[in-house]
Design a protein. Structure first.
Length: 130
């Protein structure tokens, strides 16, 4: 058994600062309709009533979460785009494939012309034999 005689941790008491939609919107520099939309979608907790009240601490938490999500999206977008060297490599490959496709088309066209000429020559040779 341990000799831990310290008292159990007490819950931290914080003072509630309850705000209406308009006050929360003013504090966050958003519109009251955005605050209402966040409440109704469940992204922003609130105390039901008339009018509904929002804890200021929840607003701060929401703003930090949204900022972290935005930074994560920006990081993902940058890593998906790659470095400028990667972009140059993609463009060079695209140009090479485009050139190669043109060459393949020209080669196919030449082969078709040669085949047609060969078939015409064979037909002429058969006509001369008869």
């Amino acid at each position: 058994m341990s000799d831990d005689t310290s008292p159990p941790p007490q819950p931290r008491l914080t003072s509630l600062v309850l705000l209406t939609d308009e006050e929360a919107a003013e504090r966050m520099q958003w519109t009251s309709s955005k605050i209402k939309r966040l409440r109704l979608t469940g992204k922003l907790p609130y105390y039901p009533g008339r009018p509904p009240k929002i804890d200021a601490a929840d607003l701060v938490l929401l703003k930090t979460q949204r900022k972290q999500e935005e930074e994560a999206r920006a990081t993902a977008r940058y890593s998906a785009a790659g470095s400028p060297e990667d972009e140059m490599g993609r463009r060079a490959r695209h140009a090479w494939l485009k050139m190669r496709f043109r060459q393949d088309l020209k080669t196919a066209k030449r082969r078709k012309e040669i085949k047609a000429a060969s078939a015409a020559a064979k037909a002429a040779a058969l006509a001369d034999v008869d």
